[in-house]
Design a protein around this ligand. Structure first.
Ligand code: GTP
Ligand code: MG
Length: 149
C-alpha cells in the first residue's frame, strides 16, 4: 500500500503546531505507521534534500531543517502521497490555498512548516532514510470499513 513521509519542520514544532498538523492527516483518514520527535543531523538533511543541492537556498534550507527538532511521520493509505501534498498546499505559503496547512498556518517558503514526499518512490526512500527498522508499526486500522466502501 502507498506510503508517504511527512515531517513537521522546526518552525512547526516551535510554533506549537504539532497537534494541529497531525490532526489534519488523522481526520482525513490516513493511517499513522511511524512517529518521532528528532533532532536531525546535517548529513541526513543533506541526503533528504539532495536533489536541491545546487540551489542557491540549499545552505539556508539545511540550516533551517537542522535548527531544532522535527516530527517525523510515516502515513499510509490509497493515494496518500498526492492527497498529503494537497492537504499541505503550495511550496510558497502565500500561494497556498486557504484550508491547506501552509495556506492556513504559514507566510514564507523558507518557513513553510511541513514536508511531504512528492512521489510514492520518494515516500519509500524518505521513510527508509528517516526511520530505523523497528520504529514503524503495522496495525489494523479499525476505521477502515467506515472510510471506504
Ligand atoms: P517539501 O515538502 O519540503 O519538499 O517542499 P516542496 O516539495 O513543496 O518544495 P521543494 O521540494 O521544491 O523544496 C523543498 C523545500 O526547500 C521547501 O519546502 C522550502 O522549505 C525550501 N525552499 C524551496 N524553494 C525555496 C526558496 O526559493 N527559498 C528558500 N529559502 N527556501 C526554499
Ligand atoms: Mg519537495
Amino acid at each position: 500500500v502507498e506510503e508517504t513521509y511527512i515531517m513537521i519542520k522546526p518552525d512547526g514544532v516551535q510554533r506549537g503546531l504539532v497537534g494541529e498538523i497531525i490532526s489534519r492527516f488523522e481526520r482525513k483518514g490516513f493511517k499513522l505507521t511511524g512517529l518521532k520527535l528528532f533532532q536531525c543531523p546535517k548529513e541526513l538533511a543533506e541526503e533528504h534534500y539532495k536533489d536541491l543541492k545546487t540551489k542557491p537556498f540549499f545552505p539556508k534550507l539545511i540550516e533551517y531543517i537542522t535548527s531544532g527538532p522535527v516530527v517525523c511521520m510515516a502515513w499510509e493509505g490509497v493515494g496518500v502521497v498526492a492527497s498529503a501534498r494537497k492537504l499541505i498546499g503550495a511550496t510558497n505559503p502565500l500561494q497556498a490555498e486557504p484550508g491547506t496547512i501552509r495556506g492556513d498556518l504559514a507566510v514564507q517558503t523558507g518557513r513553510n512548516v511541513v514536508h511531504g514526499s512528492d512521489s510514492p518512490e520518494n515516500g519509500k526512500r524518505e521513510i527508509d532514510l528517516w526511520f530505523k527498522e523497528g520504529e514503524l508499526c503495522q496495525w489494523v486500522h479499525v476505521q477502515a470499513p467506515w472510510l471506504r466502501e
